[in-house]
Design a protein around this ligand. Sequence first.
Ligand code: HEM
Length: 392
Amino acid sequence: MDSQLLDARYRELQAYVGWTEADAARVVAARSIVTPFLPALIDDFYAEIERHPQARRVITGGDEQIKRLKGTLLAWIRELFEGRYDADYVVRRRRVGLRHVEIGLDQVYTNVALSRLRGGLLASLNGAWEGPAELLIDTIHSIDKLLDLDLAIIEDAYQSEYISRLQRTERLATLGQVSGGVAHELRNPLNVVKTSVYYLRNARSASPEKREEHMNRIERNVELADGVISALSNFARLPTPTPRPSDLEPIIHQALEINPPGARVATTVDVAGNLPKVDCDPIQIGIVLGNLIRNALDAMADGGRLMITARQRDGHVLLSVADDGVGIESENLARIMEPLFSTKTRGLGLGLAIARSIVEKNKGALLVESTLGKGSVFTLRLAAHATESTTK
Ligand code: HEM
């Protein structure tokens, strides 16, 4: 965030706590009262850190570093009482949060350390106060507000830095996973192609049938490799849906036509008679359905029953694809829709992740229930199209 934005955010937070010029003046006036107590407060601050190993462990430079830190903290407290709460002040205060992320300090220790420091500052002010009691109360309120604002900035900086570091790490981990998956999926077909090319080049007396067989293998494996690349690029740019009121029945029949279950699978389609239309992109929902049908068929390699049902419930339409195949282990169930997670020996593990993403873009949800050895039910929950009332 640039310093102007940070400054605007700080002004907004000041307005929220009701910070005024009078607060600033009261804090500045308290400076000379608290200053003599600061060295003892700072010693107490670090003595407490010493007693807490989780906080202490980030101080890796021994006494030398503690000495430096005491100087840094003194400067930080002094600045509180200087009355210049401008854009540069905000940038400097944010650095505390950023630095704490860098050294791996848990934010909770800053919160409790500040609470301790606040207690010490206010007790010192109280003990040495010689002015009117009402002014003391107002001054305490002003210091409280200022410390709350400082903590808000430190925490804000801490959180955003923490999250962006986490995202960077996750992105790298995902990149590693994707590269590993792609490498694995492409290596097999490429090896087959390589072997067939080698054969075609070197087997001088190969029969025309043998040659044809190798040409076919090359073609099939190039298609396989192409499929891996298509799955990846489909995932990378899922198009925005164009929703319109759609009938599910033709979508179901079309998906079955494209993905025929074959003779060993008994297929039933059961669509409720009064089923309302659904607000969705019919092409995208067809892709999802095709994906679920293919998964169901894969789960029933030796044949079985495929049941597709559509029912209305509470303003939604539930479209289920059920099979009585191998089922999914309960520990895999929660992860089955994560990208790159697969229980199959082949495939990148993007099919269900793409399906879920498409359904969510269509303002729906993809749910799964499964029992190992008995089968699985995948259910699409989609918004029923609200029909206009015909009565006026
Ligand atoms: C009220 C709470 C705290 C405040 C106001 C505070 C303030 C600061 C400041 C101003 C810096 C220097 C930032 C910069 O590089 O510009 C800093 C760094 C640091 N803080 Fe804190 N801190 C607090 C709590 C803690 C706690 C509880 C620990 C626990 C050990 C801690 C450990 C450190 C360490 C190790 C550094 C890096 C110092 C270096 O460069 O050697 N801080 N802190």
